[in-house]
Design a protein around this ligand. Structure first.
Ligand code: HEC
Length: 290
């Protein structure tokens, strides 16, 4: 019995060993291939964000930002609201380039990923999202695909995708991008690498609260619809009153607003020119008109 058991354990161990070495070879070779195949999208974590290097780690040649080209990030709003979506365009320029690449990430002040990326999926697919584990966190990266390196005009290439701000807001967020204005020879030499960063901060926002009363001015009207219209942009938000007639709007940007109530029971005077500037507004109340 003892011998058979030991034999079985031996076989089990051998199987486990073979399996482990196979997994190791697969993972190792796989990552090597990914690292080497930069034209099909660079390995993650080379954007120059904190704790990251940039593409010059492999693209030996002149130091980053020493060529006549550039990489730029457009479309990041100066301030953001939680959950707000922005269309972002990265452009790598290099006068003599014939293939172009980039990688971008967004991190908060602690280096953690901030917000989410979505890339257009209609072919030809120019961009992809990859994950990279760095400095104890998994950051997300948008980068070019193999098709995405091909320029559509002389001297530069642009890629557009969307970023959705985190909910709740995460403080100041920095975007880092590295771009490669490449000679298109399918090697990592003769290329010009550029880096850049831009940031966005949470918008300063306020709340508007109030109550909708019946015509007696004391009892609240439930389930009435309040509209908040931004007089500048025309953007409209709505809220519904609670059982006691209370309503509230949060995340209101400074501006001038019109507030109105829709109810089947009473008419309510519209309140135009409600100004939100440096504080929350309370007791913006409505009393039913007979
Ligand atoms: C781990 C090494 C490594 C890193 C880091 C790296 N690359 Fe590469 N890259 C290569 C190699 C090797 C090639 C050539 C083989 C290939 O295209 O797969 C290459 C080729 C390219 C090409 C095609 C070049 C040409 O002339 O045809 C582009 C574009 C590119 N890389 C972009 C980038 C960008 C952008 C970054 C930084 C965000 C980057 N790479 C970071 C290894 C790397």
């Amino acid at each position: 019995m003892g011998i058979i058991n030991r034999k079985r354990t031996g076989i089990k161990l051998a199987v486990i060993l073979v399996f482990c070495s196979l997994t190791f070879v697969l993972v190792f070779v796989g990552s090597r291939q990914k690292a080497a195949a930069s034209a099909s999208g660079p390995s993650p974590s080379y954007t120059n964000a904190p704790n990251e290097g940039n593409c010059t780690v492999c693209h030996a040649g002149p130091p980053a930002n020493s060529g006549t080209g550039s990489v730029s990030i457009a479309g990041v709003p100066a301030t953001y609201l939680p959950g707000e979506t922005a269309s972002i365009t990265v452009t790598t320029s290099e006068e003599t380039g014939s293939a172009y690449g980039f990688q971008l990430t967004a991190v908060d002040s602690g280096g953690s990923p901030a917000g989410t990326f979505a890339v257009p999926t209609a072919p030809p697919v120019q961009t992809q999202v990859v994950a990279g584990f760095i400095a104890g966190v998994t950051r997300m990266y948008v980068e070019h695909t193999i098709i995405g390196v091909q320029p559509t005009q002389f001297g530069s290439k642009s890629w557009t995708f969307t970023w959705t701000a985190p909910t709740p807001a995460k403080g100041k967020i920095d975007f880092y991008a590295a771009g490669n204005g490449a000679d298109g020879d399918a090697t990592n030499s003769g290329d010009f690498i550029y880096t850049t960063s831009v940031s966005t901060s949470p918008a300063v926002v306020y709340s508007i609260n109030g109550r909708v009363f019946l015509s007696d001015g004391t009892r609240g009207l439930r389930n009435s619809l309040i509209a908040l219209i931004d007089q500048n942009s025309g953007a409209t938000r709505t809220a519904t009153t609670s059982s006691f007639g209370f309503y509230s709007f949060t995340d209101v940007l400074p501006g001038t607003y019109t507030l109105s109530v829709k109810s089947k029971l009473y008419r309510y005077a519209v309140k135009p020119n409600v100004v939100v500037s440096t504080s929350d507004l309370s007791n913006i109340d409505f009393i039913g008109l007979e």
